[in-house]
Design a protein around this ligand. Structure first.
Ligand code: MV4
Length: 451
């Protein structure tokens, strides 16, 4: 039986998925917007379909248009990638109803994890450590609220259950800020998500962001593929990621990895998933689960040689695959630098024509990118241009290899954050792995403030 996969995404991840499809002998349909006719992967797809105008709402987020493209091409399965519709449970549901396999977990699981209180409860039921807090309906009286805040202790983070990824949350450092914060966050959550249910957590100050890659076969078998450290970020946009996370307490890690696998087995989780944690003082605290492939998946692939995207396709299409934890081994260290089309110091997007560019190469260098000399970066989408991934036997040499890769890489015609990455590879705090989630924004970037 031959299969046809529609890739409902763009840019580097669409190319990544297309390459995996071709390796598995799958037919491919690449969809694109009017503003994306020059995307690299379109040239290698069996078929291409235009799904609408450049505006993402009218194309990559346009469910009827994508389903029509699937219909006319006689598609079997839809690959969502990350962003756009990847974690939209209604899209997953509509794919199934229309007779197309959604490549990912069931719409039910996507929906459960999309509700952060439900996700936290599911995590706790599998023995995953979570942040102490309060997730019942909040009382109205200040007296009852005071009892709750006294129990948790300030600082407290107020979070919307429909939020996530940094949206719908606020820190309160005293009771006045707390009362105001409840009201504001409720308002914002109602406006943004149409759901104003809140929950509370102790605010963890300056933690690291560690995540666990999981993978399930949808039938109750599941494995983990270790950790990633994604602490180097700005405004919830990761800049550098690495695998494995290092300097982690072994006992705490062992417990968390086993609990993550238990959760996936219990949910009969299908495909790739990421369980996110805050890590502080040798303790892990669950924050949320992402039910999609992530941008940073290559660093895990480079230390395990487990092809996550091929595995996603295999599980979804019922191709031969057996998941066995003992077959997963970890070797060396991998690091990823996200190259964005933006000013390196103001972070203002910089779309436009790439007049000239040269990719890095060599032993242990991976370049996941859709760009080429003459490609025009459209202004409508995420500014990710390329992921440079280096893999070696240990972190220090990984950084050296990344420096070389960055030196070789150049893009002319538009601004990129290339020079920021070069500075970070020389930064003492980063090189000593002493950074946390606030380091880049609160400390590192301050040296460039001239006001
Ligand atoms: C937190 C936290 C501190 N304490 N929860 C941000 C995104 C969402 N996934 C949850 N987030 C946070 N939750 C408690 N109880 C700090 C953050 C946070 C953060 C987490 C991971 C990576 C980057 C971050 C940047 C700012 C805040």
């Amino acid at each position: 039986m031959s299969h046809k996969v529609l890739i409902a995404n763009r840019g580097e991840i669409a190319l990544r998925a297309l390459r995996a499809c071709k390796e598995l002998g799958l037919k491919t349909v690449a969809v694109h917007s009017d503003g994306d006719v020059d995307l690299k992967h379109l040239r290698f797809a069996d078929e291409t379909v235009c799904i609408g105008p450049a505006s993402p709402l009218e194309s990559y987020l346009n469910v009827p248009s994508i389903l029509s493209a699937a219909e006319v091409t006689n598609t079997d399965a839809i690959y969502p990638g990350y962003g756009f519709l990847a974690e939209d449970y209604e899209f997953a549901e509509q794919c199934e109803v229309s007779g197309f396999k959604f490549i990912g977990p069931s719409s039910k699981v996507i929906k459960q994890m999309g509700d952060k209180i439900t996700a936290k409860t599911i995590a706790e039921d599998s023995g995953i450590p979570t942040v102490p807090g309060y997730k019942d309906a909040l009382p109205d009286s200040e007296e009852d609220l005071l009892k709750i805040t006294n129990k948790i202790g300030f600082p407290i983070m107020i979070k919307a259950t429909a939020g996530g990824g940094g949206r719908g949350m606020r820190v309160a450092r005293n009771f006045k800020e707390f009362i105001d914060g409840i009201n504001i966050t409720k308002q914002e959550a109602m406006n943004a998500f149409g759901n104003d249910t809140l929950y509370l957590e102790k605010y963890i100050e300056n933690p690291r962001h560690i995540e666990v890659q999981v993978f399930g076969d949808g039938k109750g078998e599941a494995i983990h593929l270790g950790t990633r450290d994604c602490s180097l970020q700005r405004r919830h946009q990761k800049i550098i990621e690495e695998a494995p996370a290092i300097d982690i307490d072994e006992n705490a890690l062992d417990l968390v990895l086993n609990a993550c696998v238990k959760l996936c087995k219990k949910l009969k989780y299908e495909g790739a998933g990421t369980i996110e944690f805050l890590y502080k003082d040798k303790e892990f605290f669950f924050i949320e689960m992402n039910t999609r492939i992530q941008v940073e998946h290559p660093v895990t692939e480079m230390i395990t040689m487990f092809d996550l995207v091929k595995a996603q396709l295999k599980v979804a299409l019922n191709l031969d695959i057996t998941l066995n934890q003992t077959n997963i081994t970890f070797k060396g260290h991998a690091m990823e630098c996200r190259i964005n089309a933006e000013d390196p110091f103001t972070f203002v997007p910089s779309p436009g024509l790439i007049t000239k560019m040269h990719p890095p190469g060599g032993f242990g260098v991976r370049f996941d990118s859709h760009i080429y000399s003459g490609y025009k970066v459209p202004p409508y989408y995420d500014s990710l241009l390329a992921k440079i991934i280096t893999a070696t036997n240990k972190r220090s040499s990984c950084i050296k290899r990344m420096k070389n890769a960055l030196d070789e890489f150049f893009v002319e015609g538009i601004k990129t954050n290339h020079s920021l990455h070069l500075l970070l590879m020389e930064d003492e705090v980063f090189c000593n792995n002493q950074h946390d989630i606030n380091y880049l924004e609160n400390i590192f970037m301050k040296q460039f403030n001239n006001d």
